[in-house]
Design a protein around this ligand. Structure first.
Ligand SMILES: C[S@@+](CC[C@H](N)C(=O)[O-])C[C@H]1O[C@@H](n2cnc3c(N)ncnc32)[C@H](O)[C@@H]1O
Length: 208
């Protein structure tokens, strides 16, 4: 779901970029470590600051930053300029234009809670992640999204929202392991997870 005008103002500004750099990135890096040389996918890249930080702070070699909203993609392209190491594209994270097992790191700076059928996003992200890939996520949860005040100001899908435990469990169901998590109350949190290195099907094939 695209952002309403209030949330666009909240995320398209220098303060948001500072919060990502000084507040969110250090937390995510402490939980999941850096990803030097990685091919990284960022969903819902917004104004493009996340892509810049994934490259400069996590050490990714190539960043593919996708957003559903072409206005956001244009803004990111304008802010980042021509770069070989960052590709900004318009795409929906429930239908990724990427091959199976093609990325080493997944970044979600507050995006999955905008997706109406969010488990479909996890299926897609799991599909494109290589065995051993790392997920870095900052998410916003049911207690904030469905709060009467925030419901009036911001626009999010209201049905079937999730809390941090449910978000973690959804990844675990695809064989991901929790590396670490932090919470700010019940409404906001950070986590890192890792996809299993040797999927069971592969292990069986190797034993046969
Ligand atoms: C809260 S903003 C976060 C933007 C940026 N990641 C940040 O941290 O500043 C959520 C972003 O996700 C995008 N988005 C929403 N639904 C999406 C989807 N299904 N696929 C890809 N991007 C989506 C929105 O257009 C928006 O740019």
């Amino acid at each position: 779901m695209k952002l309403n005008i209030v949330e666009k103002v909240l995320v398209n500004n220098p303060l948001r970029a500072l919060a990502q750099r000084h507040f969110e990135v250090p937390r995510l890096k402490a939980l999941g470590g850096p990803c030097p040389g990685a091919v990284a996918l960022e969903i819902g890249g917004g104004q493009g600051e996340g892509a810049r930080l994934i490259q400069s702070e996590f050490g990714a070699q190539q960043v593919i930053s996708l957003d559903l909203d072409f206005d956001m993609v244009s803004r990111a392209r304008q802010r980042l300029g021509e770069r070989d190491d960052i590709l900004c594209l318009q795409a929906d994270c429930t239908a990724l234009p990427l091959a199976d097992a093609s990325v080493d790191a997944l970044f979600d700076f507050g995006v999955v809670h905008h997706v109406p059928h969010w488990p479909a996003a996890i299926v897609e992200l799991n599909r494109v992640a290589r065995p051993g890939a790392t997920l870095y996520a900052m998410e916003v949860y049911r207690s904030l999204i469905c709060h009467p005040l925030w419901k009036r100001v911001l626009e999010h899908p209201q049905h079937n929202r999730f809390d941090q435990d449910e978000f973690i469990a959804a990844w675990q169901a695809h064989g991901w392991t929790l590396l670490g998590q932090k919470r700010l109350g019940s409404g906001l949190g950070w986590l890192a997870m890792q996809k299993e290195r040797h999927p069971a099907a592969l292990d069986k094939a190797q034993c046969a």
